[in-house]
Design a protein around this ligand. Structure first.
Ligand code: HEC
Length: 206
C-alpha cells in the first residue's frame, strides 16, 4: 500500500506527540537511585499480575493514526544511566522474544495447538536471534550480587561463554533447517532446548 499524504501527516503529528509525551514520562519517573534505572518503568506506574506497569489513564501518551486517537498507558523511553543497564534491558527483552518463539513452536508440536504453517517463521526468528546472541553480552553487565540476572562468570570466562553462544547459534540454525527439510521437529526442538537450559544453569542467577 502506498502511504497517503494524510497518513504521513498523521505520523508527523503522532511523532510530535510522542516526543512531548516521552518528555513528560521521563520527567515523571522517580529519581530514587536505589530503584535503579532498569526498575524505573515499573516504578512509574503500578504493576499488574502480568508484571508490567501502566500509568493512569489521564497520563496516557496520546497516539494518533488512521484508527483514531488512542492513549497508551505503558510508559516508553525510560532513560538508562549506564550502557550496562540499557543492555540488560535489551537482553531481557530479547530473551523474552526468543522464549515466545520457542514456546509458540512447542505449543504447535507438543500441545496440538495448530499453527504448523508458522513454525518456519518462529524457527527462522530463533536462528536470526541466535546468530546475534553474543551481542547481548557485548558490555559487562552482570546483575548485582544475589539478584536474578546475568552472572559475572560471563565476562570473567569469555572463551568458555563463547562456546555456549556459538553452540546456540549453530543449533538454532540447524533447527530452522530441520523445519525447512520437514525433518524430526520434536527431537530438533528438544535438542535446541538443551542449549537454553545449559546456558541458564551455568551463567544465569534465578
Ligand atoms: C548463551 C547463553 C544463553 C542462551 C543460549 C539462552 N539464554 Fe536466556 N538468558 C541468558 C542469561 C545470561 C539471562 C539473564 C539475562 C539478564 O537478566 O541480564 C537469560 C534470561 C532469559 C530469560 C529471562 C528474561 C527476563 O526478562 O528476565 C528468558 C525467558 C530466557 N533467557 C529464555 C531463553 C530461551 C527460551 C532460550 C533458548 C531458546 C535462551 N534463553 C537461550 C543466557 C542464555
Amino acid at each position: 500500500m502506498k502511504p497517503s499524504r494524510k497518513w504521513i501527516a498523521g505520523l508527523g503529528v503522532a511523532a510530535t506527540g510522542y516526543v512531548l509525551a516521552a518528555g513528560l514520562v521521563a520527567f515523571a519517573v522517580p529519581t530514587d537511585p536505589s530503584l535503579g534505572a532498569v526498575a524505573a518503568p515499573e516504578a512509574a506506574g503500578h504493576t499488574h499480575d502480568h508484571g508490567h506497569a501502566h500509568v493512569d489513564a489521564d497520563q496516557a501518551e496520546q497516539l494518533t493514526g488512521p484508527f483514531g486517537a488512542h492513549g497508551d498507558r505503558h510508559p516508553q523511553a525510560p532513560v538508562f544511566e549506564t550502557a550496562a543497564e540499557g543492555l540488560t534491558e535489551r537482553r531481557r527483552r530479547t530473551m523474552s522474544a526468543m522464549s515466545g518463539h520457542f514456546r509458540a513452536v512447542s505449543a504447535t508440536l507438543l500441545s496440538d495447538a495448530g499453527g504448523e504453517e508458522m513454525t518456519q517463521t518462529h524457527a527462522d526468528a530463533l536462528a536470526a536471534l541466535g546468530r546475534e546472541i553474543d551481542m547481548l553480552f557485548a558490555v559487562a553487565s552482570p546483575a548485582p550480587d544475589n539478584a536474578r540476572g546475568a552472572l559475572p562468570a560471563i565476562w570473567a570466562h569469555p572463551v568458555r561463554f563463547s562456546q555456549y553462544t556459538a553452540a546456540f547459534r549453530d543449533e538454532s540454525a540447524r533447527f530452522a533447517q530441520t523445519v525447512r527439510d520437514d525433518g524430526d521437529l520434536v527431537n530438533g526442538l528438544h535438542d535446541l532446548r538443551y542449549y537454553c537450559v545449559a546456558c541458564h544453569a551455568d551463567f544465569r542467577q534465578r
